[in-house]
Design a protein around this ligand. Structure first.
Ligand code: PA5
Length: 433
């Protein structure tokens, strides 16, 4: 099965901005053209489009074999940033309850105090390192890896026995892996960082946590099968086309609000996907991360009563673990004691969705049967396909990120890592102050 997308509350009969049936039909003609382009890109293994082939191309056995030497670690420290971290973090956070209890630590930021706190208290002899960088030269990742390595050396623990590397064919990280004979996996060609969750980039951490990576890929493959040339038949395209259409009508913000604590990192992953893929040529919807029910007590005020410039996207698992709310002898609380936390969560979601619709604020619901490996694989794939479609509709180059590369080059130049005109621009600006 594929995910279910309900766009009823994004229609102009309910919401403003909203899209009419006629508007949807017009966009559907563009969807058909975009779909042909996407299929062609996939068939030719073109840069970026190739990511949509990952459910068939990723070999879970290869990943399982590579992680074998560290499979019994107590803690896994993943060193990577952006697309090289968020997919893995999304998967292990979403499926934590189904794993083997391995503690996961993600080092993306280089805030020194934060890095030091993350490393404190780890039993390094029971800790493994998962270093991920497609380019193999991102300053934050390489710097953090060197810091982690030194921590192992200082504790007298051989890090070469406990490190897995995922990187491209060449670059400093590949050199390092070869020099120390570290087990390594390749970032597949043609797959940009933020589209790499369904490759070794996102699945090594999941495999170390003993999650069902085969089922993640199967769920994604099922979603892939639902890609057809019409938004009326394909949930992923329905989402991408609706978000695009609403943006064109004034919904410049897209608030991703899953109703599950374990999907909080998913909202972060989505924000990267949407921002880094579509934010170009003065276009793109600004993604915001929100969390149900928590943000009902903060952002919801703005979403209901603020400017009508937002699409709120809900992700709701239909089935979940539950827990009864205990009885009390306070009469006015009796209504809680009759129910469960799950019922409360569902009531809060229904209230929020209805309150936005009643205020004419557009919202879309993405339903999952439950949060498990297959459903999550489908969700990640579906959102990637939605984003690729939106990129076609906007007419931007979805798979490049020149602004991100600009900052990377500037940073390297400023630190003396080579001659970069971006660094000269920063220096010139600083001198002007
Ligand atoms: O999506 C992207 O391209 C970026 O977010 C990259 O993943 C990020 O900059 C890290 O790059 P790398 O994997 O080369 O270290």
């Amino acid at each position: 099965t594929s995910m279910n997308v309900d766009i009823g509350n994004a229609l102009s009969s309910v919401a403003s901005p909203g899209i009419s049936r006629a508007g949807l039909e017009r966009i559907d003609e563009q969807v058909a053209v975009a779909h042909e382009r996407i299929e062609r890109g996939m068939a030719d293994g073109e840069h970026g489009y190739e990511a949509l082939n990952l459910p068939e191309k990723t070999d879970p056995d290869e990943i399982r074999t590579a992680v074998e030497p560290v499979a019994d670690c107590e803690t896994l420290v993943t060193v990577g940033i952006g697309g090289s971290a968020l997919g893995a973090a999304t998967i292990v956070d979403a499926l934590e309850a189904q794993g083997d209890g391995t503690e996961t630590v993600f080092l993306d930021n280089v805030d020194p105090a934060w890095v030091s706190r993350r490393l404190e208290g780890l039993t390094l002899s029971e800790t493994a390192i998962n270093v991920v960088s497609r380019s193999g030269m991102t300053a934050e990742t390489l710097a953090n890896f060197l810091v982690v390595r030194e921590a192992f050396d200082s504790a007298g623990v051989d890090w070469t026995e406990r490190t897995i590397v995922t990187t491209g064919e060449s670059g400093p990280l590949r050199e390092l892996a070869d020099r120390h004979d570290l087990p390594s996996l390749a970032v597949p060609d043609g797959v940009p960082g933020r589209y790499a969750a369904l490759s070794a980039v996102g699945l090594v951490a999941a495999a170390v946590c003993d999650l069902d990576i085969e089922a993640i890929l199967e769920g994604a493959a099922a979603e892939r099968k639902s890609l057809t040339g019409s938004l009326f038949e394909c949930p992923a395209y329905a989402y991408g086309a609706t978000a695009y259409a609403l943006d064109g009508r004034g919904a410049a913000v897209n608030a991703m609000m899953p109703y599950a604590e374990s999907l909080e990192t998913f909202a972060e992953w989505f924000a990267q996907l949407w921002a880094e893929s579509l934010g170009k040529d003065d276009l793109g919807q600004t993604p915001v991360r929100a969390l149900g029910v928590t943000d009902q007590h903060s952002q919801l005020q703005l979403y209901r009563a603020g400017p009508s410039d937002k699409l709120v996207t809900f992700v709701t698992p239909q089935a979940h673990e539950d827990r009864p709310i205990p009885d009390t002898d306070v009469d006015s609380l009796a209504y809680l004691g009759d129910g469960t936390l799950g019922e409360l969560l569902e009531a809060e979601f229904s209230a929020t969705e209805a309150s936005l619709a009643a205020a004419g604020q557009p919202n879309v619901r993405i339903e999952l049967e439950r949060i498990d490996a297959a459903e999550l694989g489908g969700l990640l794939y579906g959102m990637e396909a939605a984003c690729v479609l939106a990129g076609e509709l906007y007419g931007v180059n979805t798979f490049e990120q020149p602004a991100v590369e600009w900052a990377k080059n500037a940073t390297r130049g400023l630190l003396g890592g080579g001659e970069f005109e971006e660094a000269d621009a920063v220096e010139a600006k600083t001198e002007l102050r």
